[in-house]
Structures are given as structure tokens and as C-alpha cells.
Write a protein of this length. Structure first.
Length: 101
């Protein structure tokens, strides 16, 4: 059976957030500049469209990754809280069984 480790989930979510941040900085929208370099060519307007499409897709991907990372962090927090509550309950039950209560 798989074991969830909240700290590892948080670490993975942090790496995802970092990847999303970097993709926002380095989206390949420079290809849109071809239109200015070749104003009367057929490729110019197509390059502009390609640049805008890439910009939209990279931004959308980054947003989706941020959403997933936020969900993962929340799940890790919930998992950790549940583990702590379960551990406390089991310890209390063990003390009851030992006659401490």
C-alpha cells in the first residue's frame, strides 16, 4: 500500500510552483517579432499568431500547475492534521487500556 508523506507532497508542490514561475519568465513569445522583421511576408502574421498562442498556452499551463500545487499543499496539510489527530486518539486509547484514565 502506498504511504503518503506530507512533507514530500509539499516539496513536490513547491517544485511545481517554481516550474510555473519559471515558465512565466521564459515563455517563447519572441517568435511574434518575426512579423516586424518580415512585414510583407506570409510568415509574419503567422508568427504573431504562434507567439500569442504560445504565450496563452504557457500562461494557462502555469496557472493550472499553480492550482494543482495549491491543492497538493492543502491535501498535505489535511493529511498531516489527520495523522496527528489519529495518533493522539490512539495514544489516549492506549492510556485508557493501561488504566491511566
Amino acid at each position: 500500500m502506498a504511504k503518503a508523506v506530507p512533507d514530500e507532497i509539499r516539496d513536490a508542490a513547491g517544485k511545481m510552483t517554481s516550474a510555473a514561475t519559471e515558465s512565466r519568465k521564459h515563455k517563447p513569445d519572441e517568435v511574434g517579432g518575426v512579423a516586424e522583421a518580415l512585414p510583407s511576408s506570409t510568415a509574419g502574421p503567422l508568427a504573431t499568431t504562434l507567439g500569442e498562442t504560445w504565450k496563452t498556452r504557457f500562461s494557462g499551463w502555469a496557472k493550472d500547475v499553480d492550482t494543482q500545487a495549491t491543492s497538493m499543499k492543502s491535501a498535505a496539510d489535511t493529511w498531516g492534521d489527520t495523522d496527528a489527530a489519529t495518533r493522539a486518539r490512539m495514544e489516549r486509547q492506549a492510556r485508557i487500556m493501561d488504566g491511566e484514565y
